[in-house]
Each structure stands twice: as C-alpha cells, then as structure tokens.
Write a protein that binds this ligand. Structure first.
Ligand SMILES: Cc1cc2nc3c(=O)[nH]c(=O)nc-3n(C[C@H](O)[C@H](O)[C@H](O)COP(=O)(O)OP(=O)(O)OC[C@H]3O[C@@H](n4cnc5c(N)ncnc54)[C@H](O)[C@@H]3O)c2cc1C
Length: 454
C-alpha cells in the first residue's frame, strides 16, 4: 500500500488525571464511576456526543432481557444503571413475550441517566473527542492523543482503561490482541425505531402468535441446552418470510427480528431486524458498507412490518441508531483467559472480580440463566499483556469466542468495567503498577461497592 509520512508536531496537553477511561459505554461508564467513587481523579473521554455506548448510540435497551425467576444475577453498577433508569422514568415494561423481571432501557433518556451519574460522581467528562494514539514510555502507557474540533491534543494519565469496545487503546499501545477472521465475527446491525404504531393491535398480535426460542432454530443454527426451547421470545420471523414469498422484500434478504416495547404515543424502539455477517468494524470501508446495507435492510423490514404485522399499518421510520452496532471485534490477549468451559461449567477462580449468570448468546449458542448457575470472572482477563498501567473493560476482555458470547452482555461489561476502575484506583492508592496490584485489595473494595464475588 502507498504511504506518506505525517509531519511531527507539538501538541498541547489539555488535561492530566489519575485515571483516564476511554469509551463511555456500559464498560467505560462503570469503570469511571468505580474509580471516581474510590476517590481517584477520573476523566471519561468519548468520541460521540453522549455516554452510554451501544445503549444510546446504537439504540440497544435490552440490558436485562436474559433475566428470569431462576437467575442468580450480577450485582454492582450494571444493576444500578437499571435501577437509576427506572427511578428517572427511563425504562419500559417489555411486551408479553419478554423474560420475567426484565425491563428495557429508554435509549434516549439513558443519555440523561448517564450524564447524571457522571456528574454525581465528579467525573471529568470529555465528549466529541476520539482517541487516535497513545503516549508511551517504553511499555508503560502515560496518556492518549485525541482528535476533536479543537484539533490534536494530549491527555496524560497515571492509569488508562480501554473501554472502546474495539480495544483501540490496547492496539495503539502495542498490547497483543486477537480478532476472529472476518467471516467468523458475529454480525453487525443497524437498529431503528418507528412511530405511528398501534400498541394494542400489536400486543394482541403477539399474544395470538406466540413464539419460543425453538423458533430461533428455524432461522439460525442455534444450540440450546433444551430448557430454552419452550420459553417465550421477543422475536418475529413469519411476517418476513411471507414478505419474501410475496416479493415485498428480496428473496435472499435474511431479515428477521426482535422487537422492543411500544410507548403510549406509538413509538416502537430497539427494532433489531438485520444481522449482517462479513464486516470488520475496525475497517472504515466495512463500516461504511454495513451502515448503508443496514439502512436498506431496515427500510425493507418496515415495508414487511407495515404489510403483515397488525399495529404497524401506519408506522413510519423515526430514526436509525447514531451508529452501526458491533458485537465482536478486537479482544485483548490477557494475563488470564476465559473459556467456553468456564462460562458453561460454572467456572470458579481465586481472583474473582464478580459473578455472572450462565447466559450465553452468540456464535451459535443460546443458554439462558434459568437455573441459578453462574460463573466467576477472573481478574486476569482485564489485564493486557506487555503494556503496564493499562486495563481493559467491556466486550474487549480476554477469552475465547463462546466466553465472549457471555461477557459481551452489557451487564457483564459493567462488571468488568467496575473491576477495572477499582483496580486502577487501588493501584494508585498502593503506589504499584496495575499488573502488581493486590487482587485481594481489589476484591475488598469491590465488595464495599456492592459487587458479589462468589
Ligand atoms: C445490535 C446489538 C444488539 C445487542 N443486544 C444486546 C442485548 O440485548 N443485551 C446485551 O446485554 N447486550 C447486547 N449487545 C451487546 C452489548 O451491547 C455490547 O457488547 C456492549 O454494549 C459493549 O459494551 P462496551 O462498553 O464494551 O462497548 P460499547 O458499548 O461499544 O461502548 C464503547 C464506547 O467507546 C467509544 N469509543 C470507541 N472508540 C473510541 C475512541 N477511539 N475514542 C473515544 N471513544 C471511543 C464508543 O463511541 C462507545 O461509546 C448487543 C450489541 C449489538 C451491537
């Protein structure tokens, strides 16, 4: 490939902080809150204009859809996201087919919930700033370089947490990472929402046409443990099959979809109806193709909804997510590594930073936590190799593909974020590098912050 050399230049250091978190999704938000609540001067940098990551930018509000009466759930900041959202009127009850005890976050209002949490904790926010490189001293990270409307600037930090979803910071810093081949990555999605939906008619249709997770198997190859098969699902396939048959949508367009609730005013959010394979979200050309393809598929989905789903006859597009949704890209190679066996067989470890229910959704596996089984998440999976004073949070933590299908869940992202924030703060208090932090001290602070470890 042809290259050019950029001219070196002096850039201003616009801030210095103890803990710098890059990325304001469930992982980064939890990391910043945990570090700030432990007394660390904490800054949170985000490339877009709001915090919340996939919740607010993509429009995914289903943070707790896995939950049922039998779930032994995570405890900590992830649950706080949900309870604060409820208190602030930023949740919806899910329609009939949803899992017991779960709610859907209002993905617009969650922007305000996140702002409130950031403000209350005294975190220094910086929006509209994309981190484009790291400042290194040997193998120790010392800060980041960002690009924004203010130009190219640096922020220096004693500890950095990578919560970018794509392990951007680990990659810039030279920490080893892995990424599946493009054709094995989980699919990407453009979510959308509609207005003009007749809630009563739509909910009556759902009631009259129940579907279960067994129906997923007719569309995808999905392995379950058997107990999932009879459970109700928030998923529709039949209207799209019919639309394909009748030529309303192209015969080879694999639209199916899960739907969210409908508001009092006829708004239907979190319409998740395309799942596109073969895109690498660390490649801008792929991102471009996927955004355009996703919007095209969404418009066909609306045509099918209007034609065949009662309640949607007069519906219209309200908006697309601010950005394409990515489920899977770079993951750090960590000091520890979670495996399929850990998440399927109730893995236990000495260095637990939290528990997560046996919930696996992706790479052809669907296991729902209906029986009280759970696994422990080890500290080592948030510690990258080679680079000092950098920690990972959210969906970039170390593990194999089936482990990722569990830990990518937003609640688990908040779990690893909270642990990264606490570990950063404790390492500063104890004046040791992050790789040398005393895990029992991290565990004690996590417990104090309300995290269940065993
Ligand atoms: C379509 C879709 C549906 C899903 N459904 C569910 C579901 O129902 N339930 C569930 O629990 N999970 C679901 N997931 C998975 C879950 O949403 C993600 O795994 C989770 O949000 C990841 O959290 P995160 O904090 O690691 O990253 P993200 O939520 O991706 O947040 C990363 C943040 O970092 C910012 N950022 C990235 N790069 C930079 C940079 N260089 N500089 C500055 N900022 C940067 C981004 O703008 C973003 O705000 C879904 C995902 C998708 C895409």
């Amino acid at each position: 490939m042809k290259t050019i050399t950029e001219t070196p230049r002096e850039i201003p250091v616009v801030a210095e902080t103890d803990v710098l978190v890059v990325g304001g999704g469930p992982g980064g938000l939890a990391a910043a809150l945990a570090a700030a609540r432990e007394g660390a001067d904490t800054m949170l940098i985000e490339r877009y204009g709001c915090f919340g990551g996939t919740i607010t930018q993509v429009g995914v509000g289903s943070m707790s859809w896995y939950r049922s009466a039998g779930t032994v759930d995570v405890e900590g900041i992830g649950i706080e996201f949900e309870t604060r959202a409820k208190e602030m009127g930023a949740t919806y009850a899910l329609p009939g087919r949803a899992r017991a005890g779960s709610v859907l976050l209002d993905t617009e209002m969650f922007k305000v919930v996140a702002d409130t949490l950031v403000k209350e904790a005294g975190i220094r926010p910086l929006l509209h700033a994309k981190v484009v490189d790291t400042v290194m001293e040997g193998d120790t990270i010392k800060g980041v370089i960002l690009e924004s409307k203010s130009g190219r600037q640096a922020v220096l930090a004693k500890r950095v947490i990578d919560a970018t979803g794509d392990a951007d910071i680990a990659a810039y810093a030279g920490a080893p990472f892995e990424k599946l081949p493009k054709n094995e990555l989980m699919g990407v999605t453009v979510l959308f929402s509609c207005i003009g939906v007749d809630r009563e008619a739509f909910y009556a249709y759902l009631k009259a046409n129940p579907s279960t997770y067994k129906d997923w198997g007719e569309t995808w190859e999905v392995e379950t443990s058997g107990k999932e098969d009879h459970l109700p699902t928030h998923f529709i396939a039949e209207p799209f099959a019919r639309a394909r048959k009748e030529g309303i949508i192209p015969a080879d367009m694999p639209i199916v979809g899960s739907f969210g609730p409908v508001s009092d005013t006829g708004g239907s959010i979190t319409l998740n109806m395309n799942y596109m394979y073969g895109f690498d979200s660390t490649d801008t050309f792929d991102l471009t193709r996927a955004e355009i393809e996703g919007r095209e598929q969404s418009m066909y989905a609306i045509k099918a909804l209007k034609a065949f789903v009662p309640g949607f006859e007069n519906a219209a597009l309200k908006n697309f997510g601010m950005t394409l949704g990515t489920r899977d890209s770079r993951k750090i190679i960590g000091r520890g590594h979670l495996t399929a066996s850990d998440v399927r067989e109730e893995g236990r470890c000495e260095d637990s930073i939290g528990i997560f229910p046996e919930f696996i959704d992706g790479h052809g596996v669907l296991i729902l936590p209906t029986t009280g089984r759970y696994f422990q998440v080890p500290f080592g999976v948030i510690v990258p190799q080679k680079v000092e004073n950098l920690l990972a949070a959210g969906r970039i933590i170390a593990g194999d593909k089936i482990a990722h299908a569990a830990t990518r869940s937003m609640m688990c992202c908040a779990l690893t974020g909270q642990a990264a924030g606490v570990a950063a703060a404790v390492s500063l208090e104890d004046n040791v590098d992050t790789s040398a932090v005393d895990v029992s001290r991290v565990q004690a602070v996590l417990k104090k912050q309300g995290v269940r470890l065993d």
